[in-house]
Design a protein around this ligand. Structure first.
Ligand SMILES: *Cc1c(COP(=O)(O)O)cnc(C)c1O
Length: 368
C-alpha cells in the first residue's frame, strides 16, 4: 500500500533548496497570520459536575480539521525532499483533505490534482477548483488510491497519500498539534485533564496524535474513538485483522473507512463506540440547536459518543470533563444532512434518535 518513493523522479526539483526554504517560510507565515481555533464549552445542566468542550476546527481557513493535516503533509513532503518547485501534488480524497491541500498547493504555486469518486458533491468540487485545483473523477470509490498513485507516477508528481502518512506527518509530541492545542486551552478549567477525549477516525491521524500525546505527557485522559456504519475500524480494533474490508462506503463524511487504513493506530485507542448513522445525524441536528450553529455529520457522531460517556460518568457518580471536536461546519451539508428530502431518499429516519437524544440531554440519563 506504501507509495513508491517519488524521490527518484523528483531529485532535480527537490535539490532546489532555496525554493524549499521559501516554501517553508510561506507556510510558517500563513500559520502566523491565523489564531488558534476556539474551544467551546457547552453547558448541560442535566449533568452536574460534568463539563463538555468542543474544539472548533471548522474555523480554520479551509473549514475543517483537515487544514492541520494538509499543512503537516506539505511540511513532511517538503522536508523529506519529495516536493520541489515543479512538483504536481496528487491526492486520493473524497472530502475535506483535497480542499485543504488545494489551499496549500496554491500558497506554494504548485499544481494540485484531487482524485475523487464521481459521486463527490458539486460544492466540494467547486471549492477545490476555487483554490485552483483540478478534480480527476473515477467511477468507483475504491479506485482512487491506485489512480492517484498512477497519475503521480506518470507526471513525476507526489502522491500525498493521507491514509498512509497522516499518523506520521504530525508531530505527536506537541508543536501545536491538535492535542496540545486542546489541552493548553483547558489549562484554566476546573477539570483541565478530561476523563475522555472523543474523536472519529477517517485517516486515523487525529486519534493517533491524541493517543500518543496522552501517553507521552502521562495524562489520565482516555481516548474513545466513535465509528460509523459501513466502516471496518470498529471490527479491526477488536479482531486486529488488517485485511478487513466493507463493500459499501461510509455515509458520514470524513469518518469510517471500507478498508483498514495504515494511519489508524489501534493500540492507542482505549475504547470504541459504534454509532448508527441515524443517531449521528440526529446528534448533529440536536447539537446544532444547542450550539446555535450548524455542525457537520462527524461532529454529530462525536456528540452521540460523548452523551454515552456522560451518562456512564453520571451513573458512576463521577465528576470531570469530556472533550471532543467540532470537525467541520454544517453549512457544507445544507443540501444533504440538513435536507429532510435527502434523508428520506437515503432511507434514514432520524425521528426516534432525535427524541431519544433530546431526552438524554434534558434528563441526564441513558434512554434505550
Ligand atoms: C478527516 C475527518 C475526520 C477524521 O479525522 P482523521 O484524523 O482523518 O481520522 C472527522 N471529520 C471530518 C469532517 C473529517 O474531514
Amino acid at each position: 500500500m506504501l507509495a513508491a518513493s517519488p524521490a527518484a523522479n523528483n531529485r532535480a526539483a527537490a535539490t532546489d533548496r532555496d525554493w524549499v526554504n521559501d516554501a517553508l517560510r510561506r507556510i510558517d507565515a500563513d500559520f502566523n497570520r491565523s489564531a488558534d481555533t476556539h474551544l467551546f464549552r457547552l453547558e448541560l445542566p442535566a449533568f452536574p459536575g460534568l463539563t463538555l468542550y468542543f474544539k472548533d476546527e471548522s474555523s480554520h481557513p479551509t473549514g475543517s480539521l483537515k487544514h492541520r493535516l494538509a499543512r503537516s503533509l506539505f511540511l513532511y513532503g517538503l522536508c523529506n525532499g519529495w516536493i520541489g518547485s515543479k512538483t504536481t501534488i496528487v491526492e486520493a480524497s473524497s472530502g475535506s483533505t483535497a480542499v485543504s491541500e488545494a489551499y496549500f498547493a496554491r500558497l506554494l504555486g504548485l499544481p494540485f490534482v484531487a482524485v475523487m469518486p464521481r459521486t463527490t458533491s458539486a460544492e466540494k468540487i467547486a471549492q477545490i477548483e476555487f483554490y485552483g485545483g483540478r478534480c480527476h473523477l473515477v467511477e468507483q470509490a475504491s479506485h482512487v488510491y491506485a489512480e492517484a498513485e498512477r497519475l503521480a507516477r506518470d507526471c513525476g508528481g507526489h502522491y500525498m497519500d493521507q491514509f498512509t502518512y497522516s499518523e506520521r506527518a504530525t508531530d505527536w509530541r506537541g508543536n501545536n498539534n491538535i492535542a496540545e492545542a486542546v489541552f493548553e486551552q483547558m489549562a484554566h478549567e476546573e477539570f483541565p485533564e478530561p476523563v475522555w477525549a472523543v474523536v472519529g477516525a477517517g485517516t486515523g491521524g487525529t486519534s493517533a496524535t491524541i493517543g500518543r500525546y496522552l501517553r507521552y505527557h502521562r495524562m489520565k485522559t482516555r481516548l474513545c474513538v466513535v465509528d460509523v456504519e459501513n466502516s471496518v475500524f470498529h471490527d479491526f480494533w477488536h479482531k486486529r485483522d488488517p485485511s478487513l474490508v466493507h463493500p459499501k462506503s461510509s455515509r458520514i463524511e470524513g469518518i469510517g473507512r471500507p478498508r483498514v487504513e495504515a494511519s489508524f493506530m489501534p493500540d492507542v485507542v482505549d475504547r470504541m463506540i459504534r454509532v448508527p448513522d441515524a443517531a449521528s445525524l440526529a446528534g448533529m441536528r440536536l447539537l446544532s440547536r444547542l450550539l446555535g450553529r450548524r455542525v457537520g455529520g462527524s461532529t454529530g457522531t462525536n456528540f452521540v459518543g460523548v452523551l454515552t460517556l456522560l451518562c456512564e460518568l453520571k451513573q458512576a457518580g463521577q465528576q470531570g470533563s469530556v472533550v471532543t471536536l467540532l470537525c467541520d461546519s454544517g453549512d457544507r451539508y445544507a443540501c444533504s444532512y440538513y435536507d429532510d428530502a435527502w434523508l428520506a431518499g437515503q432511507g434514514i429516519d432520524i425521528g426516534p434518535d432525535l427524541a431519544r437524544l433530546t431526552g438524554i440531554v434534558n434528563d441526564g440519563c441513558w434512554q434505550g
